[in-house]
Design a protein around this ligand. Structure first.
Ligand SMILES: O=C(O)C(=O)C[C@]1(C(=O)O)C=C[C@@H](O)C=C1
Length: 366
C-alpha cells in the first residue's frame, strides 16, 4: 500500500470509528428507553398482563425509516437493520417465544426471523395444529403460519384451523421463496446422484430439474430442512432448500434461484392473543358463514362496496354441514376500530349465520 492510500484510508476509518462510537451510544440510549417502556407497560397493565410486542408501533417505525431514507443504503436494507434493533430492544423487555411448523431451516423459520428478528426464541413444532394450540394456550407468545403462495394458492389447512381455534391475527409478511440446490462443500454438479426436497419444492422447480438433473433420483421428504439435513451427511446428494437451511447445515449452493417462476412468494400470518392497535395502514381478516341461498355472496360483499372498502382476498371453504353451507375467508383493507369497517362488520353480522373476526393488523412492511 502506498503512503497516500494509507493516509486516505486512515482518515476515513477514523471517521467510521467516531460514527460507530456515536451509533453505539445511541443504541444503548434507545435500549434504555425500551426498558422504560417495559416498566410503564408493567405498571399500567400489571406484571402478568403486560403486552410488550406492539406490531402497530413496529410497522410505524419501519415505515418511517423507509420514508425518510435518503440512501445510499437501500430502503429495505435500512428497514432490516431497524428490524434487528427493535428485535434486541424487545428481547430486553421480554424474550418472545415464536412457534412455527418445524424443523428449523424451513421457509417458515425464515419468515419468523424476518418478522421478529434474530432475538426472538424459535419454537419449531411438529404440526400446524400444535402451533395454533401452543399460542392459544400461551406456551408460545406468537405463531407464524403460511396462508397463501403465489403459485400454489391458499393454505387451506391453515384456514380451517382458524375455525377451530380462537386466536387473533397480529400481523402478516411476505417472503420471496428462492430455492437453492445445496450440497456438501466440494461437491461438483456432476457428483449429484440424488436430490431431496419437499414435494412442493420439486413441483416449483420441475422445469429446471428436468433440464439440469433428468437422471438424478428425486426423493420426497417432509420438509426442505429435513432434505438439507440428509444431504449434509450423504456424498453425491443435494437438497432443494432456502438460504437458512444452507447456513444451518453448512451446505453450499450448486445453483441459486432454481424455481421455475421467479416471483414465487409466500404470505405468512402472525398468530397471537392480543388486539392490535391502528397503524394507519391495516388489514382485517374475517370468517363468514352463510347459507347457500340465491344472492348470498352478493349480499355479503355489497356492504364492502357501499362503504368503499377494498377486498384483498376472498376464499370459499365448505361449511361444517350443520346450519350453514359455506364459509368465506375474507381479507380487506382497514382496521376494525375505524368507523367504516365497524359499519360493514355490523351489517355482515346481521346478515350472516356467523361472523368471526380474526383480527386487524398492520399491512406487511418488509
Ligand atoms: O414502543 C414500544 O411499545 C416498545 O416496546 C418499543 C419497541 C421498539 O424497540 O421500538 C419494541 C418493541 C415493540 O414491539 C415496539 C417497539
Amino acid at each position: 500500500m502506498t503512503t497516500k492510500q494509507e493516509e486516505a484510508l486512515g482518515e476515513l476509518r477514523q471517521q467510521i470509528d467516531s460514527i460507530d462510537k456515536q451509533i453505539h451510544q445511541l443504541l444503548n440510549q434507545r435500549a434504555r428507553c425500551a426498558q422504560g417502556v417495559a416498566e410503564v407497560k408493567q405498571e399500567f397493565q400489571g406484571e402478568e398482563d403486560a403486552v410488550f410486542y406492539r406490531p402497530e408501533r413496529e410497522a410505524q417505525v419501519l415505515r418511517r425509516v423507509m420514508e425518510r431514507n435518503e440512501g445510499p443504503l437501500p430502503d429495505k436494507e435500512v428497514a432490516r437493520l431497524f428490524r434487528e434493533i427493535m428485535s434486541v430492544c424487545l428481547a430486553l423487555e421480554q424474550p418472545m417465544r415464536v412457534a412455527f411448523l418445524g424443523p428449523e431451516g424451513t421457509f417458515t423459520h425464515q419468515a419468523a426471523l424476518k418478522h421478529f428478528g434474530g432475538s426472538a426464541v424459535s419454537a419449531p413444532l411438529t404440526s400446524l395444529d400444535q402451533v395454533f394450540r401452543e399460542v392459544e394456550a400461551g406456551a408460545a407468545h406468537y405463531g407464524v403460519v403460511p396462508i397463501e403462495n403465489s403459485t400454489e394458492g391458499m393454505a387451506t389447512h391453515t384456514l380451517d384451523l382458524f375455525k377451530r381455534f380462537n386466536l387473533q391475527i397480529c400481523g402478516e409478511l411476505e417472503l420471496p421463496i428462492h430455492h437453492q440446490l445445496l450440497a456438501q462443500a466440494g461437491t461438483e454438479s456432476s457428483d449429484v446422484k440424488t436430490i431431496y426436497a419437499h414435494q412442493e419444492s420439486f413441483a416449483q422447480c420441475s422445469n429446471w430439474l428436468e433440464q439440469h438433473y433428468p437422471q438424478a433420483a428425486k426423493i420426497t421428504v417432509n420438509s426442505n430442512a429435513e432434505g438439507a439435513r440428509i444431504a449434509a451427511g450423504e456424498q453425491g446428494a443435494a437438497a432443494i432448500a432456502g438460504d437458512i437451511a444452507a447456513d444451518l447445515y453448512k451446505l453450499e449452493a450448486l445453483a441459486r434461484n432454481i424455481e421455475d417462476l421467479p416471483d414465487n412468494t409466500t404470505r405468512f400470518l402472525i398468530l397471537g392473543n392480543q388486539d392490535v392497535g391502528v397503524s394507519g395502514k391495516d388489514k382485517t381478516s374475517i370468517l363468514l358463514c352463510a347459507h347457500d341461498k340465491p344472492g348470498a355472496l352478493y349480499s355479503l360483499l355489497e356492504p364492502f362496496h357501499r362503504h368503499g372498502i377494498s377486498l384483498t382476498r376472498i376464499e370459499t371453504r365448505p361449511g361444517n354441514g350443520t346450519g350453514w353451507s359455506y364459509m368465506f375467508y375474507i381479507d380487506f383493507e382497514g382496521h376494525a376500530e375505524e368507523p367504516g369497517v365497524q359499519e360493514v362488520l355490523k351489517e355482515l353480522e346481521a346478515g350472516s349465520v356467523e361472523l368471526k373476526l380474526l383480527g386487524s393488523y398492520p399491512q406487511a412492511v418488509l
